[in-house]
Design a protein around this ligand. Structure first.
Ligand SMILES: Nc1nc2c(ncn2[C@@H]2O[C@H](COP(=O)(O)OP(=O)(O)OP(=O)(O)O)[C@@H](O)[C@H]2O)c(=O)[nH]1
Ligand SMILES: [Mg+2]
Length: 300
């Protein structure tokens, strides 16, 4: 897998020309290797994705390592996604026979549904053991997913206390660690693993908007300009209302970013708009849900 970090000027709002962005620091290689090894000893894998990007926040490299019978799909940050889309996506996965839950690890909403689904997945093996007169051992669970998806937050919630470090940026968890849960479960936290290479710029941008790729890789203005264009198309009133701007040119994200900077008095010396600060503001507002509940990938 190639390590290739694009040399971009993160302050620029020029669109990214190259079609591929990659972000795979050395600890992620180590993490991927370690996961591939550990996963063989795991009973159920909780594969965490982002509810705003149900497909694109999955990692086929990791999925290859597990089969569906031992995998539970958890779509986190569901309170930031469109509720109608959450329902449609959930129906979509369930129709494929894939156990899936939409939840919010931060507030704890939906977490009570995880255990019943895990029990369902482990029941066949446990019954076989019991029939043979063997007491079922501790069940080993593992949470995997892209960086910043909320894996450690979920584990802290399930364990009923803040044991693991969490932060609003990718790459917080660097190694694996076990946490013991009630009811004979051991749960392993793992470092977020990004795709080694993103061939498609649209996907890279969306992953950037939800914060799985460090902002400096693509650059805040380069992220914010297409985000504003998207939002100007999907929720113009909310965008205009939140920033107090008029959306006269919805296709011109740079103009929208400039208008926001001007409106918020974000100016550089000399009076030009501070696009970098305005872009950071837009990204933070979007990630906090202040621009609406938005699903970036519509259900089929
Ligand atoms: N709004 C919202 N934020 C969440 C939710 N779950 C986690 N977060 C936030 O997302 C950020 C990342 O959470 P972590 O638990 O550190 O994510 P992680 O997947 O462990 O990240 P890495 O260790 O970097 O792979 C933190 O700021 C959390 O507070 C959620 O359900 N909703
Ligand atoms: Mg973590």
């Amino acid at each position: 897998m190639p390590i290739e970090r694009p040399r971009l000027d993160e302050n620029s709002d020029e669109p990214v020309k190259s079609a591929s962005v990659s972000w795979f620091p050395p600890h992620m290689y180590r993490a991927h290797k370690r996961l591939a090894h550990e996963i063989k000893h795991i009973d159920v894998v909780l594969e965490m994705r982002d509810a705003r990007l149900p497909e694109a926040s999955g990692n086929p490299e990791l999925e290859r390592l597990i089969d569906n019978r031992r995998r539970l799909l958890l779509f986190n940050k569901a309170a930031l996604a469109d509720p109608a889309q959450n329902r449609r996506w959930q129906d979509h996965y369930r129709a494929q026979g894939r156990p899936a839950l939409f939840l919010d690890a931060q507030s704890g909403k939906g977490l009570n549904l995880i255990y019943p689904l895990i029990r369902e997945l482990v029941a066949p093996t446990q019954e076989t053991l019991i029939k043979r007169g063997i007491r079922p051992p501790m069940q080993r669970l593992m949470v995997i997913g892209m960086p910043n998806i909320g894996k450690s937050t979920l584990i802290n919630r399930m364990a009923g206390g803040k044991k693991l470090k969490t932060a609003p940026e990718p790459g917080v968890t660097k190694g694996v660690s076990w946490v013991q849960l009630k009811g004979k479960f051991l749960l392993m936290d793992t470092p977020g693993v990004m795709l080694p290479k993103l061939e498609d710029m649209d996907t890279a941008l969306r992953l950037g908007w939800i914060g799985t790729i460090r902002d400096k890789i693509i650059g805040p203005p380069r992220l914010a300009v297409p985000l504003l264009q998207t939002l100007a198309g999907t929720q113009p009133e909310q965008l205009a209302g939140h920033y107090g701007i008029a959306i006269t040119t919805p296709d011109d994200g740079s103009a929208l970013l400039e208008a926001i900077a001007a409106r918020r008095g974000m100016l550089l010396r000399g009076g030009t708009a501070d696009l970098f600060r305005a872009a950071e503001l837009v990204l933070a507002d979007f990630r906090a849900g202040l621009l609406g509940r938005i699903t970036l990938q519509p259900a089929p």
